[in-house]
Design a protein around this ligand. Structure first.
Ligand code: NHW
Ligand code: EN5
Length: 388
């Protein structure tokens, strides 16, 4: 069934329900001297390249590969269109390794035809904080599919992660592999219903007219929570404390320090937006919400070429109801001209999705750990981790 994944230290389908297996690493770390020193062999026409994401030229090549070949929905109507600024942000967190940004070129033409990345992260699984790689942006050019290039790329990123003495990884995918630690559902909140219907992202509901639909999704012009404002650099220590405390309730969550909060959550135009609620009296920061910007190319529509989507990221509510906080995020996203606001049903998101008029999407997102076994799959409400 899974000729490659059967050989890897991941939970296997046949182990499901076997409660005798211990939770934790599947295989022990090797000595660094035992890690293969040379890259894996690629088919002869191709060569490895370590990508310098700082270089405008390299970044543009990666952007073009992904724009034309990365993830599509089940009907091939939309394709993720990560911006260059987003990619730079996603790939250069504190302590990142340039050697984990891996490309494959055609030797003769030097054309970039495949890509995979890792970034380091400390992820807490129950009581254990584990240094991991977050693996993302695996992409093989459409013309080179089904040639078993992906397993070689995964083995090569694994080797380079091992060289940094890191032995676990976390990743998400829309496809089922051995074996999900949790499975989330995408939910979508229409902000621009007319455009979403015109491009085939959503459909006019039964017994609904366009004008009734537009009215249904209307939002206030401005946010409603007193003290709601954009996060600023001086908020990093308080937001870190708030977020760490909040994430401690989930079975799997990042272990963010201040540097990471600064990187991942300080607003970056057209990449990440973050807001908080500060008490007007004490200036205490009590609530937080954020979303990232990930447009999709609309494939083969006469009138529109991009769908502007916001994705719910980390939210923390202690005083303001989560529902009201995310409603304010929707209002800001609408002001910023997003067409749709997407969220997964993880953390406490189920408590607001229906009430805020999100509808379930067709897509699922499976979460995976490499070389770390969980006894049982988790309900998404126990996941406190959002990958990009
Ligand atoms: S998920 C997005 C993945 N990218 C896309 O879907 C873009 C469009 N598709 C493609 O580019 C986010 C190709 O179809 C890809 C597969 C490249 C996906 N994850 O080369 P072959 C991520 O980036 C397995 C893992 O012939 P292909 C996360 C498949 O099951 N494995 O296929 C990435 C089969 O193995 P099996 C995947 O279509 C996490 C084998 O690949 C996969 O030409 C990576 C077939 O290879 C996927 N999304 O290329 C793992 N899709 O055993 C990181 C297919 O079933 C693990 N496959 O025979 C951790 C590493 C670090 C560890 C550190 C300690
Ligand atoms: C790694 N970081 O399928 C990510 N998206 O539902 C890789 N559907 O946009 C993994 N097919 O449901 C990515 N409209 C896995 C996801 C791949 C992309 C994907 C889904 C998520 C999606 C849309 C469009 C479907 C178009 C036809 C969808 C319905 C929206 C509707 C709005 C109004 C209320 C009800 C729902």
């Amino acid at each position: 069934r899974h000729k490659f994944w059967e050989t890897q230290p991941v939970g296997q389908f046949k182990e499901i329900g076997d409660t005798s297996l211990p939770e934790g690493p599947i295989e022990p770390p090797k000595l660094l001297s035992e890690v293969k020193q040379e890259p894996y062999n690629l088919p002869n026409l191709y060569e490895w390249v370590t990508c310098d994401i700082d270089s405008e030229e390299m970044c543009a090549e990666i952007y073009i590969l992904l724009t034309n070949n990365y993830v599509e929905d089940d009907e091939n109507m939309f394709r993720f269109n990560y911006s260059k600024e987003f990619l730079r942000w996603a790939l250069r967190p504190p302590g990142y390794f340039k050697s984990w940004h891996i490309g494959v070129r055609v030797k003769s033409s030097k054309k970039l035809v495949a890509f995979i990345t890792g970034v380091p992260a400390r992820i807490r699984v129950r009581d254990n904080v584990v240094t991991m790689a977050e693996v993302n942006f695996l992409c093989v050019h459409k013309k080179l599919r089904s040639k078993r290039l992906a397993p070689v790329m995964i083995k090569e990123v694994t080797r380079r992660v091992h060289l940094e003495n890191i032995w676990q990884a976390a990743y998400t995918a829309g496809v089922v592999l051995p074996t999900p630690v949790s499975t989330c559902q995408y939910w979508h909140r229409s902000l621009n219903p007319k455009k979403l219907i015109d491009v085939g992202f959503s459909r006019l509901g039964a017994r609904m007219t366009m004008s009734r639909t537009i009215k249904l999704y209307k939002l206030p012009e401005s946010t409603v929570t007193p003290g709601f404002r954009k996060m600023e650099p001086h908020d990093v220590p308080a937001v870190t404390r708030l977020l760490r405390e909040y994430l401690s309730q989930f079975a799997i969550a990042p272990d963010f320090d201040e540097n990471e909060v600064e990187h991942w959550l300080l607003p970056k135009e057209n990449v990440v937006d973050s807001f908080l609620v500060a008490s007007p009296v004490t200036h205490e920061i009590t609530d937080f919400c954020s979303f990232y910007t990930l447009p999709s190319s609309i494939l083969g529509n006469q009138n529109y070429s991009t769908l502007k989507a916001a994705y719910s990221y980390y939210n923390v509510s202690t005083k303001t109801p989560l529902f009201q906080l995310v409603n304010d995020a929707l209002i800001v996203a609408k002001q910023k001209d997003f067409d749709v606001f997407n969220a997964l049903d993880l953390m406490q998101n189920e408590t607001f999705l229906k009430d805020l008029k999100f509808g379930p999407g067709y897509g699922k997102l499976h979460y995976y750990l490499y070389n770390y076994r969980l006894r049982h799959a988790l309900p998404p409400s126990e996941l406190g981790l959002v990958l990009l």
